[in-house]
Ligand binder design. Sequence first.
Ligand code: ZN
Length: 260
Amino acid sequence: MSNDLARMTSPEAREAMARSKVVVLPIGSIEQHGPHLPNGTDTMAAELVAAEVADRLDAVYAPFCPYGVTPIHAGHPGSVTLRRETFEALLEDVCTELIKAGAETVILVNWHEGNISSMNAVATDLQDRHDVTFIAAQACYTAQRLYREDGGELTHGGGIETLAILAYDASLVKADRAGEPTRPAGALEMDEMRRSPEVYGFITDVTELADDGWYGNPQWASVERSKDFTDVVASGVLAGIDVVVNARRIRATNESKEKK
Ligand SMILES: [Zn+2]
């Protein structure tokens, strides 16, 4: 990937930032995803989508830390959480550096729900302090919306997450260890409860969702279906980015008219 900040030389980075002024960061988590998916599922999914978004915008892809805020998986081997303060400090420092280097738009592509409130806090603080526009993309919710009609579900370790890892590196999916699809009583309702944009509750331990720490139907995902996963989800994210950019453009056009 030629637009990856980590792979560029210093002069290449200067040139890329001067040309694009847009940076895209992937944000995920390392946490247990059952016996069939890698602990880094959320980070891998975020990286896939973020890289594609950066490519299609001719933006700079800026790697971020693979860990996220995920105390709800504490005690399950393979899970490593950052404290909220640590995550926010890291994100703030990395974004501040990118802004100093010339970024005018920062796009955060996230695949882990536990990061959302911290991301929003850092984004609004930095946008308030600097001449920069932040855009947050919850790519896991974009995938949920786009695959719903096709029977795909965004559950922890379920169909959509399995699809993401098939797209990332199919050899990491241990499909035979997943067993039969599981649908613990109330699990879907608990997920809906915590994700509602209106009245919602919280879970602080993943076993409140499912005793095994994951649930869903990994068999829904297939190698065939995974082939356009990155394209489908990145296109959904890009359409959302367009909506954000257009809203600002309409307002800016009106402002300049009002001044005349
Ligand atoms: Zn996940």
